[in-house]
Design a protein around this ligand. Structure first.
Ligand SMILES: C[S@@+](CC[C@H](N)C(=O)[O-])C[C@H]1O[C@@H](n2cnc3c(N)ncnc32)[C@H](O)[C@@H]1O
Length: 208
């Protein structure tokens, strides 16, 4: 992570993302999360106030330590038991089948080797565990997708490596989740290039 990502992007992140329409989706998306939770790309902790009370410990993974000041403030405000790891989601130092739930919101777009990160998430989920995701990605509208491809370079440069063209269903299909549900919509008050959303849950097969 370079100076821009740690100092500038991190500082202005909440100005753009700490908004009521995003909060509404975070709350809805996290309503069924329970038990021991892994959140990758936790950022400034904007999800923390929306976790339900039956969540135990939350383990977070994010290499951008520039986000930590706001993250720690939110941890103090919510009183949730949070274990912070300043590492990449591409290689997780946790045993297989450690977590009941995994959470990723607007994060998969920023991970360089995102296939590897999803494989790691799948590995550390217990059988029957669920990955909750709220991600933006490739629009099925050809005009929007064309603009997403055009804007990708500048987006990657100024938004922490974020790509606008992630094919979320194809990515999830690289792992043997046995049940995947996805809702698609354009996020309110967001340019269509940046706000085609994939919100859903992927369940790891329970073979026991
Ligand atoms: C757009 S922000 C989303 C933050 C937060 N999840 C939210 O919903 O507000 C993307 C986050 O992914 C993190 N990130 C970037 N590369 C990563 C990686 N390799 N592993 C895990 N997180 C990563 C960034 O540091 C950043 O905090």
């Amino acid at each position: 992570m370079g100076f821009y990502d740690q100092q500038i992007f991190a500082r202005f992140y909440d100005c753009v993302m700490d908004r009521p329409h995003w909060a509404e989706h975070r709350k809805r998306q996290l309503a069924d999360v329970a038990g021991d939770v892994l959140e990758i790309g936790v950022g400034t902790g904007l999800n923390l106030p929306h976790y339900p009370p039956n969540v135990g410990r939350i383990t977070t993974v994010d290499p951008n330590t520039g986000m930590n000041k706001r993250l720690r403030r939110r941890i103090d405000q919510t009183g949730i038991d949070v274990d912070i790891h300043a590492i990449s989601g591409e290689s997780l130092p946790f045993d297989d089948a450690t977590f009941d739930c995994a959470v990723s919101t607007i994060t998969l777009c920023s991970i360089p080797n995102v296939k590897r990160a999803v494989a790691e998430l799948h590995r550390v989920l217990r059988p029957g565990g669920r990955m909750f995701f709220l991600e933006h990605g490739l629009s099925p509208d050809t005009k929007v997708a064309k603009w997403q491809r055009r804007l990708n370079g500048i987006q990657r440069l100024f938004a922490g490596g974020c790509t606008l063209t992630l094919d979320v269903p194809a990515l999830l299909a690289t792992q043997p989740f046995d049940d995947v549900t996805i809702d698609n919509f354009y996020m309110a008050k967001t340019p269509r290039t940046h706000g085609y959303m994939y919100e859903g849950v992927a369940r790891k097969a329970d073979t026991s």
